[in-house]
Write a protein that binds this ligand. Structure first.
Ligand code: ADE
Length: 248
């Protein structure tokens, strides 16, 4: 998807550009992301776009040309920030392994395979959080390598979407999940949703864990899991089973 065959080097660097840096508070300080940061598998920096303005009012947005509601994020601070972070204000010249993502409802849908591709191939990920009615289109024309949406709904800004990307990508970085877990059985990793899971107690408020999971027969357990994954996918996400040509 990104640069076929290219594998990332050591640490991944993620820079988030936003007009609401406080939004990110402690979101990257829990669980797998916190561990990955501590182990220097990833470095995450959040930047205030106002720090890249040069006017005395530190303006990051303005009214849309042609009229209409809302405000549009101005190009200058975003160009300044990307140039500072990559060394160039031109996506044709970024260092290898650099991706500049604009989070917007107009973007391509974000999927597990994109998360995997970023985790495997990207050294430096810059996430631009869109706001208000939009972002000056020259940002898209000159800086953005991927415009991404996390779903068919409109958020008030790209910040929650940036958190979603960081989480989905960082947990796939080699070493991030730790040895006790694996992403191989995640929903979507084999085109199906994940199967149901149970833990102790075996009986709870009159509800019993399926017998097959207790009997230690691994072949039977695998078959049960596959059947249940199919059943769940059919129920909630028929589109995943229909394939690209509308066939199973
Ligand atoms: N900004 C606003 N809505 C969005 C969405 N659905 N995905 C990504 N960024 C957004």
């Amino acid at each position: 998807m990104l640069q076929a065959g290219r594998l990332r080097s050591s640490q991944m660097k993620i820079d988030v550009l936003t007009i609401f840096p406080e939004f990110f508070g402690q979101v990257f300080d829990f669980g797998i992301i916190r561990r990955a940061k501590a182990a220097q598998i990833v470095e995450i920096n959040v930047h205030d776009l106002r720090d890249f303005t040069t006017d005395k009012h530190r303006m990051v947005d303005d009214r849309p040309f042609g009229g209409g509601d809302g405000m549009v994020l101005k190009p200058e601070p975003i160009f300044e920030a990307v140039e500072k972070l990559t060394g160039t204000p031109d996506r044709g010249n970024y260092p290898a392994g650099t991706r500049v993502v604009l989070l917007s409802p107009q973007g391509k849908p974000f999927e597990q395979k994109a998360a995997k591709a970023y985790a495997e191939e990207t050294d430096h990920l810059i996430l631009i959080c869109g706001r208000y009615e939009g972002v000056d289109e020259r940002v898209n024309e000159r800086l953005v390598t991927d415009e991404i949406s996390i779903g068919d709904y409109v958020l008030s800004g790209g910040e929650p979407a940036a958190v979603v990307l960081v989480d989905a990508i960082v947990r796939l970085l080699p070493e991030a999940l730790g040895s006790e877990t694996s992403a191989d059985n995640d929903s979507f990793s084999d085109g199906l949703l994940d199967c149901p899971h149970y833990t102790r107690p075996a009986e709870f408020r009159g509800m019993n864990v399926p017998e097959v999971l207790l009997n230690g027969n691994h072949a039977e357990i695998e078959k049960w899991r596959r059947d249940k994954a199919l059943e769940k996918t059919r129920l909630n996400r028929m589109d995943l089973l229909e394939g690209e040509n509308g066939e199973m």
